[in-house]
Write a protein that binds this ligand. Structure first.
Ligand code: BG6
Length: 500
């Protein structure tokens, strides 16, 4: 088997630094990390991984040509310290079973990282692919945006350099997501012998929206991804938006039937790989005592009331405020549910460095407080907003949910819509946005909504609550089957196979 390199912004581990200078290693968060970690075996067990300080310092020579090398960025000061202390940035995973994989953390200067990650990846690119701009005001691409773009180029070049240095001849490199759109082309220039796949975990913007970007930046993004031999997307819809954008790229030839783009003498194939969940692993995790303990506490809190659950990062594209407004409309239009239903909304903190996210988090809290104020009684808490990250509690909630609400404005896939049905014990009535990538696979058995239509969402919640038990169970079984159709291992293997 040829060597495989994975490149992503967030790696499978991250560090914290105590006052005495000791480093503690933890598993990194996020869907991308979970999916890839399951494949490469790089993740420690999800709890604190112990003091890695000594081990990182003592790591002996690097293993020759490990099966998998995961290259990621140091995300903060503690990661940077760990990267500096480790020989050549290669992190010793402190005795964990790594399945032969190794991690290299790139010590990218903090200011370059900030501009590349916050200003370009999470603002410009995330906003464009998720259609989040409020166009009368934003975007506004000025000299500052160009300076930030240079940092994004430098950040991508740092990855390309590391991959080019570490790759064995003929190795396969799997470059992940919008943080690393330029890296495939840069890597091909440095190492034409490698086989490169780029995978987008987000939607891709349609051309009329992609054109909001400055022309030169838009071109570089497309040419960057086209440096790969294979460009993977989560759904047909995002793949075809990418092809539509490429069709407007000077010098590119798009063959829609073959799903290829020829540009500068190189051909890129475009493929669809709809990431699913590993049902067995998820059920195993949900069977652990910490989940059972939280399920008991939740049952006590909710009693015999019906339970509507949502689980999200507090993310603009997740549409949490409209989801709460829909719950409010449900209580207004169908007062018979008052006192008989509880909405449990998990909204974990995310990207707090960006002002839009801080404002959005405040809006979520405000809306939740208003609902509690308006409808709550001494005997009934209509809404529980959980803002601190508690993965076992989310798993417990999936198990107990009568209804799962997933209503993003736009989402690459949305794995919550897939995890919920797998863990649901009562059969899950899923209310799902038609703009989530998961809609392509789950729309037959979910109640589909336009995420901007609050009234329609409220009615879908009502229908979901009324759904007969046997119908819910039958739909839930089919949803779980669709959700597990392409587990991470096969999803990744498919992409590597596409390179052969
Ligand atoms: O900015 P963060 O927290 O590392 O999150 C990044 C990831 O966030 C996930 O929600 C997206 O699906 C991924 O596409 C993305 O890579």
């Amino acid at each position: 088997m040829s060597q495989v390199l994975v490149a992503s912004n967030r790696g499978p581990v991250s560090f914290s630094l105590s006052d005495d200078g000791a480093l503690t290693m933890r598993r990194g968060g996020g869907g991308l990390v979970s999916g890839l970690a399951a494949v490469t075996g790089t993740a420690p067990d999800g709890r604190d991984a112990g003091d890695a300080d000594g081990a990182a310092g003592e790591a002996s020579g690097r293993p020759a040509d490990p099966r998998v090398l995961w290259v990621c960025a140091a995300l903060g000061d503690a990661d940077r310290t760990a990267a500096r202390r480790a020989p050549d940035g290669r992190i010793d995973l402190a005795g964990h079973d790594t399945g032969g994989a190794a991690v290299r953390m790139l010590d990218i200067p903090a200011s370059t990282f900030h501009r590349a990650y916050n200003e370009i990846a999470n603002s410009m690119l995330w906003f464009v692919h998720h259609l989040l701009y409020d166009t009368p005001r934003r975007p506004h691409f000025d000299a500052r945006a160009r300076r930030d773009w240079q940092s994004y180029e430098a950040y991508n070049a740092a990855f390309a350099d590391a991959l080019a240095r570490d790759a064995a001849p003929g190795a396969k490199a799997a470059v992940q997501d919008y943080h690393l759109s330029l890296a495939p082309r840069m890597l091909r220039e440095r190492r034409p012998d490698l086989k490169i796949v780029h995978f987008s975990h987000t939607p891709w913007a349609p051309p009329e929206y992609f054109r909001l970007l400055p022309d030169d930046i838009g071109e570089q993004l497309l040419l960057g991804v086209l440096g790969a031999d294979h460009a993977g997307f989560l759904t047909e819809r995002w793949a075809s938006a990418f092809l539509d954008c490429c069709a407007l790229l000077p010098g590119a030839r798009v063959d829609r039937a073959a799903r290829t783009v020829a540009c500068g003498g190189h051909v890129t194939r475009v493929g669809v790989h709809g990431l699913g969940v590993d049902g067995a692993a998820l059920r195993e995790r949900a069977a652990e005592p910490d989940v059972a303990e939280r399920a008991r506490a939740l049952r006590e809190q909710v009693g015999d009331r019906r339970l509507i659950v949502r689980v999200d990062r507090t993310e603009l594209s997740k549409n949490i405020v409209r989801g709460l407004a829909a719950y409010r409309e449900l209580l207004v239009n169908h007062p018979e549910w008052r006192g008989r239903v509880v909405h449990l909304a998990f909204a974990y903190p995310s990207r707090y460095d960006l002002p839009e996210y801080r404002e959005y988090t405040a809006a979520v809290r405000r809306t939740a407080e208003q609902i509690i104020e308006e409808f709550g009684t001494a005997a009934w808490e209509p809404l529980i907003l959980q803002v601190n990250d508690d993965y076992p509690r989310s798993l417990a909630a999936y198990g107990l949910a009568d209804v799962l609400l997933v209503n993003p404005i736009r989402d690459g896939m949305n794995l919550v819509a897939k995890e919920g049905p797998v863990l649901s014990r009562r059969g899950c009535a899923l209310v799902l946005s038609r703009e989530a990538g998961a809609a392509a696979e789950l729309s037959d058995d979910a109640l589909m909504v336009n995420p901007y239509d609050v009234t329609q969402t409220a009615e879908a919640l009502h229908r979901a609550l009324l759904m007969p038990r046997d119908e819910r169970a039958a739909r839930g079984t089919r949803l779980a089957a669709a959700a597990t159709a392409l587990p991470p291992q096969r999803w990744f293997a498919e992409q590597l196979a596409a390179l052969d």
